[in-house]
Write a protein that binds this ligand. Structure first.
Ligand code: ADP
Ligand code: ASP
Ligand code: MG
Length: 406
């Protein structure tokens, strides 16, 4: 008997009817003779609505309280799915993240899973239950509720699949798989049959929100195959697994975009040891991740330091950067919150010249100004104005001939 983990995203469980139809899909997997563990997200836009609600009562909700509040979204959908399965005649039990043994560190709103103790799940499976786990949440060693970051139910699913040695982790969502670009932005994007963990990790980390980057990381670590497919059809999805035939692949596999980007420039920083440490250490301590750091060559020992943070971290970041900049004698700080990242990704790009040039030419021909550039071995990212992101992604998709890739 195989054990499979399925995960259904927010739009797949957005209302009672949809929850009933997910229940029928789960029941089918059970009827095929599998042991089934299901992870669910909160219904529709519940998480956004709960965040709004918190902001109606305070400007700066306490992170501990916010995590408890947000976790209720997933708790609700897990109970409803268990009820829907019972009404179809299947034995089902819902578990919170804590009950399911998801233990995390205490970084509220961005917690990382430290370990999974699946004994309760195994126990329930042995009793013949379908086990429904509330995604996105865990518990600290002190029994405080945490959440795993937006989109984190995917990570719950892959972590459970790994700890239960499941045959596969199936992520069901509102698109039919992983495409060469967001199909809502590029209608001619192609669905990929298969993609390697590394490429998927870069795409997800740079904005392809079809799967949470931590989920891909865990998949890679435990060599857990992940299927991304539609909750609404039976068409073949995309399998994320070890890259088999790297050399045969199209060199660029996908274009990702991310509009959650803000840029900070600290102007007139003295060019001496210890400055970067003084600016970035407080951000690290506050758990704010910084990306794309650029320091200009200095003229007369004065330089500018530019970096990006997630847009929703900007206010918190500035409350730390401004005093740090002042203390090291910088002139002033300026910010721009209306930016986006566009990235091309592909393992085949490794050590092959020409990709950056084609990317820059494509953006130039569209009249799009590049503000910052960063690269990894298998990715090139340009930071541009947010209002040009759609044009940029569409043009890059065309330039790199991604319409007929599979
Ligand atoms: P869920 O609620 O099921 O977790 P998400 O909204 O988090 O779903 O992720 C699915 C969305 O990811 C799609 O609707 C699509 O707009 C977006 N997306 C971004 N990049 C890609 C891509 N390369 N392939 C497929 N979908 C993508
Ligand atoms: N409900 C959470 C969110 O909206 C987690 C998830 O959907 O994966 O981010
Ligand atoms: Mg998601």
């Amino acid at each position: 008997m195989a054990l499979i983990v399925q995960k259904y995203g927010g739009s797949s469980v957005a209302n009672g009817e949809l929850i009933k139809s997910v229940a029928r899909r789960v029941a089918e997997a059970k009827d095929e003779g599998n042991q089934v563990v299901v992870v669910v997200s909160a219904m529709g836009d519940t998480t956004d609505e709960l965040i709004k609600l918190a902001h109606q009562v305070t400007e700066q909700p306490k992170e501990r309280e916010l995590d408890v509040l947000l976790s209720t979204g997933e708790t609700i959908s897990s109970t409803l799915l268990a009820m829907a399965l019972e009404s179809l005649g299947y034995k089902a039990v819902s578990l919170t993240g804590a009950q399911a043994g998801i233990q995390t560190d205490s970084s509220h709103s961005q917690a990382r899973i430290l370990r999974v103790d699946p004994k309760r799940i195994i126990n329930e499976l042995e009793k013949g239950n379908i086990v429904i786990v509330a995604g996105f949440q865990g518990v600290t060693p002190d029994m405080d509720i945490t959440t795993l970051g937006r989109g984190g139910s995917d990570t719950t699913a892959v972590a459970l699949a790994a700890s239960l040695s499941a045959e596969i982790c199936q992520i069901y969502t509102d698109v039919e798989g992983v495409y060469t670009a967001d199909p809502h932005l590029v209608p001619e994007a192609s669905k990929l049959e298969e993609i390697g963990y590394e490429e998927m990790l870069e795409l997800a980390s740079y904005g392809a929100k079809v799967i949470h980057p931590r989920a891909v990381e865990l998949g890679k670590l435990y060599n857990m195959p992940i299927l991304v497919a539609s909750s609404f059809s039976n068409s073949m999805g995309t399998v994320i697994c070890k890259e088999a035939s790297m050399e045969l692949r199209n060199k660029v596999r996908g274009v990702a975009h991310d509009t959650n980007v803000a840029k900070v420039t600290v102007i007139g920083v003295p060019d001496r040891p210890g400055i970067a440490m003084a600016i970035f250490e407080p951000l690290t301590k506050a758990n704010i991740s910084v990306d794309t750091i650029v320091q200009n060559a200095s003229i007369e020992n004065i330089t500018d330091l530019t970096f990006t943070v997630a847009r929703n971290d900007l206010i918190k970041a500035m409350s730390l950067v401004e005093p740090a900049a002042q203390s090291v004698g910088a002139k002033r700080c300026v910010t721009n919150a209306k930016l986006a990242k566009v990235s091309i990704v592909g393992t085949g790009m490794q050590n092959m010249p020409g990709y950056a040039a084609l990317m820059f030419r494509t953006l130039y021909e569209k009249g799009i100004n590049i503000q910052l550039i960063t690269t990894s071995e298998i990715r090139i990212t340009c930071i541009i104005s947010e209002d040009r992101v759609k044009d940029a992604v569409q043009a890059l998709h065309k330039s790199f001939e991604l319409e007929d890739v599979a």
